[in-house]
Design a protein around this ligand. Structure first.
Ligand code: 4H7
Length: 242
């Protein structure tokens, strides 16, 4: 996968690309990442990329010319152009899977008060990482790129992503490591029993409990099988008793 971020602050991505799993993914050529300054494409004699808002009002907007020329110079036939904005479609794990299918993406990061509306006609997807406002699109772009890159084969070497929160529509079950007891808190006995079927069932139930308590909206969306429905009923009963 090739990712080109168009930004006024290409150095913003240095720590992202030079750290841990993402660094390894780039070194191992699972992903070809570059950040490009769209100011380099301005034809303005003062290198400006912004201008005042037509109709009046405070602040400045990013102008069409530098951004559209940067998109045209960095896109191929099958490139998906993604814009990070507070008005975009909410990002979730399903959307990450969809976007990570693309072999080539451009991620556009805004600043000031945002983009001239006409830039949107050069964009395939407008994405928001959540219902809050950021000073610039770079932090949102890092979130999207991280989520896409980690899905690529070979980037994460564990068995699969299947146990990740959101992959199966449930939050992750509680996990423990040594010591067996820490300041009076014990690892649940069942996890030390070596009984794989009981452990599988316990994890599924605790996944359902965490989702029921924290994100009941996810349970409403999920089709539960017979075993999951039974475990959910048990969880509801147990939580009533507490
Ligand atoms: C596009 C348009 C993404 C990008 C406007 C970006 C939140 C998200 C930005 C703006 C983002 C998200 C510029 C509007 C700064 C607000 C103070 C960059 N914010 N901004 N203004 N939720 N900001 O994904």
């Amino acid at each position: 996968m090739k990712i080109t971020v168009l930004t006024l602050f290409p150095e913003f991505f240095d720590s992202f690309t030079n750290t841990s799993i993402i660094k390894r993914a780039i070194d191992n050529k699972h992903v070809d990442f570059s950040s490009v300054n769209f100011r380099d494409y301005t034809l303005d004699k003062h290198n400006n990329v912004d201008d005042t808002v037509c109709g009046g009002g405070a602040g400045m907007l990013l102008t069409c010319q530098p951004i559209v020329d940067a998109i045209k110079a960095n896109r191929q036939k099958d490139t998906k152009v993604i814009m990070m904005t507070p008005q975009g479609a909410p990002l979730n794990q399903q959307k990450v899977h969809e976007l990570a299918q693309s072999d080539d993406v451009i991620v556009l990061c805004g600043h000031y008060e945002g983009f001239d509306e006409r830039i949107r006609s050069y964009v395939d997807e407008e994405i928001s990482i959540g219902d809050y406002v950021l000073t610039g699109g770079e932090t949102a772009a890092v979130v999207l790129c991280d989520a896409m890159i980690r899905l690529h084969d070979g980037v994460i070497t564990t068995t699969s992503h299947e146990d990740d929160s959101y992959e199966n529509g449930l939050l992750e079950y509680p996990q423990y490591t040594r010591p067996i007891e820490f300041e009076g808190q014990k690892v649940p006995d069942i996890l030390l029993s070596g009984h794989h079927e009981n452990i599988r069932k316990w994890r599924l139930k605790e996944s359902i409990r965490k989702t029921y308590l924290r994100r009941p909206d996810l349970l409403d969306k999920k089709e539960l099988n017979k075993e999951e429905s039974k475990l959910l009923s048990e969880v509801i009963e147990e939580e009533k008793m507490k």
